[in-house]
Design a protein around this ligand. Structure first.
Ligand SMILES: Nc1ncnc2c1ncn2[C@@H]1O[C@H](COP(=O)(O)OP(=O)(O)OP(=O)(O)O)[C@@H](O)[C@H]1O
Ligand SMILES: [Mg+2]
Length: 238
């Protein structure tokens, strides 16, 4: 595998429950994680074990209580505004519940990621429409999210995460609320684009089928990543 993209060492994360005398919820404890450029990794583990928490740290949506997080050899900024700037340049994120904005069309939802980075509106829309076309949604780009099927919405979310061509894509149960057939198509699209664009992928999932398409699967358990499974190359689209 090629160069290191992401390096996490000794990450700790607790959640304090405001207003309660109860002790904090310990989620991540001395967690280490290395991710190579172009590598695809599945994070598995029971509900509540901390998968989303980990993705939030890797994508700079939240910061660890302690530990080191390096991206391309440089520390991810701790200060929120600098962290947000870094994130917009480096990371695409797909949430479990896609989070598309209902008042905007599919193309506008995708283009927004570029507008936030300072692209001109016409350029952002053109790139959004190109990518939606590649995802088989050319005819749907003027539709609003509530005029799209679940699988189509999930593909728009994929386009939104990738339109700025980030080096790292984080996906949280990207097919969790789709039927198996539609979920399979979204995965085909995801892994085709990964082959084409070469981004690294970290995906939190309960799905064994998704995990088997990644280079590696790790299990999050008692605050750390364990039980590494290396698949004999990703199975590719089938
Ligand atoms: N903002 C928060 N404040 C307090 N506790 C939280 C917060 N967010 C998450 N938790 C707790 O931290 C633990 C880890 O949550 P997390 O969402 O990372 O789990 P997960 O592995 O993604 O679960 P799932 O598979 O259900 O999505 C859970 O026990 C959860 O209740
Ligand atoms: Mg989760």
């Amino acid at each position: 595998m090629s160069e290191l993209l992401l390096e996490a060492r000794g990450l700790y994360k607790d959640y304090c429950r405001r207003g309660l005398a109860a002790p904090p919820v310990k989620v991540l404890e001395d967690l280490d994680f290395l991710l190579a450029q172009g590598e695809t990794v599945a994070i598995q583990g029971e509900s509540g074990v901390g998968k989303t928490t980990l993705l939030n740290l890797l994508g700079g949506l939240d910061r660890p209580d302690s530990g080191i997080l390096l991206f391309g050899g440089e520390e991810i900024p701790l200060e929120p505004a600098a962290r947000a700037r870094w994130r917009r340049g480096a990371v695409g994120i797909i949430f479990q519940f896609h989070g598309l904005l209902g008042e905007f069309t599919a193309a506008e939802n995708v283009a927004l990621a570029g507008l936030i980075r300072g692209w001109r509106r016409a350029d952002a829309l053109r790139r959004a429409e190109d990518l939606l076309g590649r995802l088989g949604l050319a005819e749907r780009s003027e539709h609003h999210p509530d005029q799209l099927s679940g699988g189509e919405q999930q593909r728009v979310a994929l386009a939104r995460a990738l339109v700025t061509e980030p080096a790292l894509l984080l996906a949280d149960e990207p097919t969790g609320n789709l039927d198996p057939r539609t979920g399979g198509r979204v995965l085909d699209t995801l892994f085709d684009l990964q082959q084409e664009l070469g981004f690294s992928l970290v995906v939190a999932t309960h799905s064994e089928r998704l995990a088997r398409r990644c280079h590696r699967a790790l299990r999050l358990e008692r605050g750390r990543l364990v039980a590494i499974t290396t698949f004999a190359g990703s199975e590719g689209s089938s």
